[in-house]
Design a protein around this ligand. Structure first.
Ligand SMILES: [Zn+2]
Length: 243
């Protein structure tokens, strides 16, 4: 029998060195989250590009071009948020295309009444949902990373109303991200004006397919959210996709 040194000795050796290398290679944070919480995410630009090519509605579009008159105050890109530090690399504000179009319709309708929108947050990379959850360890106000947030799907937006003439926020039950019972939409021990403003926002959003989240008067989910994947791409990665 011919002894084949190459196949019997070298190949297993090469294979075991390769496997050792793979086991020692550091995992990316995205792989670590995926293993820890088991939520499947779109985490590469190539995968995102493929998804959008299959269905253009999956594109995450820049809200600033859909709502040029809105005020953008993306607090997670600053230290002025409940984490006490910036968790976004830049003040991005993106939603899936149909959600952005619906929000544009909300803005147009409010404008006829002299109101505008102030946007605090929209699409949120899954990485940030993990950071929030690991900080507060509670899933009432921070979405569970086991299921992900509708923000991660590009289908949720946090916002309030402003007076278009002054740019000032209308009086609402609480400031953004005040995680108290007053933030609940059925909390009614509030001035008449506040109740009216909250109702105006909730109704304007509902008319165009956004449902308020009961624990947070400022958070709205777009009705088609189930059709969209959780995404773990940074704003820079979205922009690099080149749509
Ligand atoms: Zn929210």
């Amino acid at each position: 029998m011919k002894f084949n040194l190459k196949s019997q000795v070298l190949q297993p050796l090469v294979a075991s060195i390769f496997l050792m290398g793979a086991a020692c290679a550091p995992q990316s944070p995205k792989q670590v989250y995926q293993e820890k919480y088991g939520a499947p995410t779109v985490s590469t630009v190539a995968e995102y590009r493929e998804h959008v090519e299959q269905d253009p509605n999956r594109e995450l579009v820049d809200l600033r071009s859909y709502l040029p008159d809105a005020v953008f105050d993306v607090v997670y890109a600053t230290a002025d948020n409940f984490m006490g530090k910036p968790v976004y690399t830049k003040p991005g504000a993106y939603l899936r295309k149909p959600a952005a179009e619906a929000l544009q319709a909300v803005g147009a309708e409010l404008a006829t009444m002299g109101y505008g929108l102030k946007i605090w947050d929209a699409y949120r990379p899954y990485r940030v949902t993990v950071e929030f959850y690991e900080h507060v360890l509670d899933s009432t106000f921070a979405a569970s990373p086991y299921t992900g947030s509708k923000h991660n799907r590009g289908c949720a937006v946090d916002l309030t109303l402003i007076d278009k003439a002054t740019g000032e926020e209308l009086a609402m039950p609480t400031p953004f991200d005040e995680f108290t019972p007053k933030a609940h939409v059925e909390y009614n021990d509030l001035p008449e004006e506040v109740l009216r403003n909250r109702e105006l926002l909730i109704q304007a959003m509902a008319k165009h397919g956004f449902a308020v989240y009961a624990d947070e008067w400022w958070h709205f989910d777009f009705h088609d959210w189930e059709q969209y994947s959780l995404m773990d791409l940074e704003f820079e990665e979205l922009e690099s996709a080149g749509f």
